[in-house]
Design a protein around this ligand. Structure first.
Ligand SMILES: [Zn+2]
Length: 67
């Protein structure tokens, strides 16, 4: 496993506990994650580039399932 760096989002406010500078984000498996260190808030979303094309996922499936 590659170690994942989690970065705090400056001046971001948690939508759950409303505290500031508590959110941090990282990317794992082409999914962008955001979590709060003060409460249980977790959000995941696809990066915009992947979301728009949808092509990258098909390419990866081809790589992992060689016929
Ligand atoms: Zn929070």
């Amino acid at each position: 496993m590659v170690s994942i760096k989690k970065r705090f989002i400056a001046e971001a406010r948690c939508p759950s506990c409303q505290q500031q500078d508590v959110l941090r984000w990282w990317i794992a498996s082409n999914i962008e994650w955001v979590e709060c260190v003060e409460c249980d808030f977790v959000q995941q979303r696809l990066p915009q580039s992947v979301e728009k094309s949808g092509h990258q996922e098909q390419t990866m499936i081809g790589i992992f399932r060689p016929d």
